[in-house]
Design a protein around this ligand. Structure first.
Ligand SMILES: Nc1ncnc2c1ncn2[C@@H]1O[C@H](COP(=O)(O)OP(=O)(O)O)[C@@H](O)[C@H]1O
Ligand SMILES: O=C(CO)[C@@H](O)[C@H](O)COP(=O)(O)O
Length: 456
């Protein structure tokens, strides 16, 4: 049996799956937590990766490895390859002002959408580099090269060779690489930083990034976590995937690049050579964590409570902007409760309002994609909640399919590794565990009440 490993180095944790390259059967797996915070030293990702690999029984018998990771994070390296400062993550909003400045300086949102497929908000790497140049000029001067979380981990697995590699998917989240042309826009980096640091080489979908320093496994290009999830879940044309992790994302696959001047849809590339229009919110699974904490219950307890309350939570609306928000672009917003009455002042109503509020944000994300999906697939840690699975169709106004709970980002990375080994033109097709279908009547007035509350 030839084994491949896939890594998901996402916001909250690192997961490793080891699968049979031929059938995709799961052989072993491991995981380790990441520290809290929106600014994290990459060494923590490396430590977690080592822990997860060890728990998964090591990589000694693995033929190829691929790393999927959280998108956008700014990793700055000095002339010796040392990390200049802790990475600013995708959910760090301190560069919101820099984003607004950059958008204005290039001539507005349309100019950015045409240049790189996306209008940058604080999540995008380019805005973090502008923030660095303005707020930490010494660190900006010491920065010789800039890369992303998955690029850095792949480079570390390779034993820190002279060059760093990335892929189309993750490059498309920088704000200085164009999915439409497949080229870096170094003029935009110049605009952000006043100079152009060294950048990773952008590999094709099944191109080799290197060889692991220990054990000699081949290293596949890796990609951003959403692109890896698309591959892992076996996305088909017409599918929309809604992922409820630390971020909430809704994405479709497309044969052509997109450029939304309204700035809601990020025009990413995917991990197969195609495109991945995507809408991202900052507030997803952690809204449920916060609600469970406030109510003093476990995630299971929150789900039980939410399912005991009436649809629409008796008019109670929770606007879930606990970390500010990215879509809509409201980096300084906070969460709020609306419509509180004696009749809905119960743990059950609050639990349901948290689930419904979080899902209303994702329903808007789904709508913003502007596609009529043939299937909506629900994945990510939050989809493990029974309440989320049962309430989602009543908020989205359409049935949802929930694949067997699993680590679809790590699985997609494992598929990339198997693809590299196969040398085939398309990634391997592995049998999936099937999906469970959830249906429910749309809740009257829910999204209207949410929109009214979110605008206050
Ligand atoms: N049964 C559950 N019910 C509700 N939330 C859950 C459940 N299991 C996991 N989660 C949540 O999923 C989140 C982690 O999801 P994950 O997709 O792994 O995130 P990320 O990829 O951003 O690190 C956590 O916030 C966790 O609380
Ligand atoms: O910023 C985005 C997408 O543009 C996020 O989706 C990050 O890629 C983090 O993902 P998770 O840790 O929530 O999976």
């Amino acid at each position: 049996m030839t084994l491949v490993a896939g890594v998901d180095s996402s916001t909250q944790s690192c997961k490793v799956v080891i699968r049979d390259a031929e059938s995709g059967a799961l052989v072993r797996e491991g995981r380790a937590p990441h520290p809290e915070g929106t600014e994290v030293h990459p060494d923590h990702w490396w430590t977690a990766l080592q822990g997860a690999i060890e728990q998964a029984g090591g990589l000694a018998d693995v033929a190829a490895v691929s790393v999927g990771a959280q998108q956008h994070g700014m990793v700055c390296l000095d002339e010796n390859g040392e990390v200049v400062r802790p990475a600013l993550l995708w959910n760090d909003t301190r560069s919101a002002g820099a984003a607004a400045d950059l958008v204005a300086e290039l001539g507005g949102p349309k100019a950015w959408a045409e240049a790189v497929g996306s209008v940058p908000v604080a999540s995008f790497t380019v805005t973090k580099l502008r923030w660095l140049a303005r707020e930490e000029p010494d660190n900006a001067r010491r920065t010789r090269s800039v890369c992303l979380p998955h690029d850095w981990l792949t480079w570390r697995l390779a034993g820190r060779p002279d060059t760093i590699a990335t892929d189309r998917g993750d490059a498309s989240g920088t704000g200085y690489w164009s999915p439409a042309t497949g080229e870096y826009r170094t003029d935009l980096l110049e605009l952000a930083m006043g100079r152009v640091p060294e950048l990773p080489r952008v590999l094709g979908p099944a191109e080799q990034a290197g060889t692991a320093e220990h054990g000699g496994a081949l290293l596949a290009p890796g990609t951003g976590d959403n692109m890896a999830a698309a591959l892992g879940v076996g996305m088909r044309p017409g599918d929309v995937v809604v992922s409820i992790g630390t971020s909430g994302t809704a994405f479709a696959c497309s044969e052509t690049p997109s450029a939304d001047a309204a700035g809601l849809v990020a025009g990413f590339a995917d991990a197969t050579g195609r495109y991945l229009p995507l809408v991202c919110t900052l507030n997803a699974a952690r809204v449920l964590d916060a609600a469970a904490r406030m109510l003093g219950v476990t995630p299971q307890g929150l789900s039980d409570l939410a399912l005991r309350a009436p649809a629409g939570s008796g008019g109670l609306v929770l606007v879930p902007y606990l970390e500010g928000e990215r879509t809509p672009n409201r980096p300084d917003a906070t969460g709020s409760l609306h419509g509180l009455r004696l009749s809905n002042s119960s743990p059950e109503h609050l639990a349901r309002a948290a689930v419904e509020g979080m899902l209303c944000g994702l329903a808007d994300a789904l709508d913003a994609l502007g596609v009529e999906p043939a299937r909506v697939l629900l994945i990510g840690g939050g989809a493990r909640s029974e309440a989320v699975r049962r309430i989602a169709p009543t908020v989205f106004g359409r049935p949802v399919l929930v694949p067997t709970p699993g680590e679809y980002v790590a699985d997609g990375a494992a598929k990339q590794a198997a693809w590299l080994l196969s040398g085939e033109p398309e990634p391997p097709h592995w049998e999936s565990g099937g999906t469970e279908r959830y249906e429910g009547d749309p809740t009257p007035g829910l999204r209207e009440r949410y929109h009214e509350a979110a605008q206050e």
